[in-house]
Design a protein around this ligand. Structure first.
Ligand code: ATP
Length: 298
């Protein structure tokens, strides 16, 4: 089996997380209990997941010319990811400013920074995308950029996976270039207006040929336009932090499919990777290496 090649075109952020017993109200200042600075962004997280799952992975996107930009790039390089397609642009990198209160509730401000300046593909992206078996997209870049990347993937015969997060209306000009849509149950409900995952799956299959809905601790549900939907349960584990469980799942699923696994096999592989990640704190730092996933599945 040759090593699968995955391209991710998406966001990369520095997550700045402040913990306090009570989040401040407007006009109030509170003393926090801890602070963490963690690389994030759905695009970068999915790229790390794909690399950990064993793929040759290339990341396309943008960081700013600030210290965060250097750190975010170094983090991707340290994960073994090709950053040829990661441009450095003037101005700040994307950040997510997160306040976590004593009950685990959070409020988040995302400032897109360099991500917001990605409005399309640039020369060189075509070759990087065309060299991949699958292209992973999310919705944290401007829509016009996501559409341009999806089209490039489609033109080059690359399978295009889209995680529709954050949830929003999906234009036909995007979905016509998407092979696999991978929402979580909340996104699937927001897009279709159907809270029942099987009904949402059927509605989404009218727009794209393959859909995989993740259901948190309930597993995942896959369907195509022919045949019955397939449900694969999640592994029963003690979850301590589900941050980036979805990104771990999406990256791992894409790698397993690119290796030739059928949907159910790829869902089992992805469920094992995500189950390992939710047992550890952190975002991309909690993602397991392939050997750990294979041990769990043995
Ligand atoms: P996030 O936004 O936290 O990254 P998500 O909402 O996109 O996650 P989920 O549907 O919550 O994605 O989870 C993705 C996959 O992770 C699930 O299909 C499941 O396999 C695994 N998972 C999530 N939560 C748990 C859990 N509590 N126990 C075991 N596996 C879990």
């Amino acid at each position: 089996m040759s090593t699968p090649r995955i391209a991710v075109f998406g966001s990369v952020n520095m997550d700045l997380v402040a913990y306090a017993d009570t989040a401040p109200a407007t006009g109030e200042t509170v003393t926090g209990t801890a602070f963490r600075q963690v690389p994030g962004g759905k695009g970068a997280n999915q790229a790390v997941a794909a690399a950990r799952a064993g793929a040759d992975t290339v990341f396309l996107g943008a960081v700013g010319g600030d210290a965060f930009g250097t750190e975010l790039r170094d983090n991707l390089v340290a994960a073994g990811i090709d950053t040829t397609g990661l441009r450095t642009v003037p101005g700040p990198s994307g950040i997510a400013h997160i306040v976590v209160d004593g009950r685990g509730g959070n409020s988040i401000i995302v400032v897109p920074g360099a991500n917001g300046g990605v409005t399309g593909t640039v020369p060189g992206d075509r070759e990087l995308i065309g060299g991949a078996d699958a292209l992973l997209l999310q919705l944290e870049l401007p829509m016009e950029a996501v559409v341009a990347a999806a089209r490039t993937g489609r033109e080059q015969g690359v399978r295009v996976h889209l995680t529709p997060a954050p949830a929003r209306d999906l234009p036909d000009e995007l979905l016509e270039s998407v092979d696999v849509l991978v929402p979580n149950e909340h996104e699937a409900a927001a897009i279709t207006g159907r809270t029942d995952p099987r009904e949402a799956l059927a509605a989404l299959l009218e727009r794209v040929p393959e859909v995989l809905i993740t259901l948190g601790g309930e597993g995942s549900l896959h369907g195509t336009r022919s045949g019955a939907p397939v449900h694969v349960p999640a592994l029963k584990v003690d979850a301590v932090d589900t941050t980036a469980a979805g990104d771990t799942f999406c990256g791992s699923f894409a790698v397993a499919r690119a290796e030739g696994a059928d949907p159910a096999g790829a869902m089992r592989f992805a469920a094992a990777a995500a189950a390992l990640s939710v047992q550890r704190r952190g975002a991309s730092s909690s993602m397991p290496a392939r050997a750990e996933v294979e041990d769990l599945l043995r």
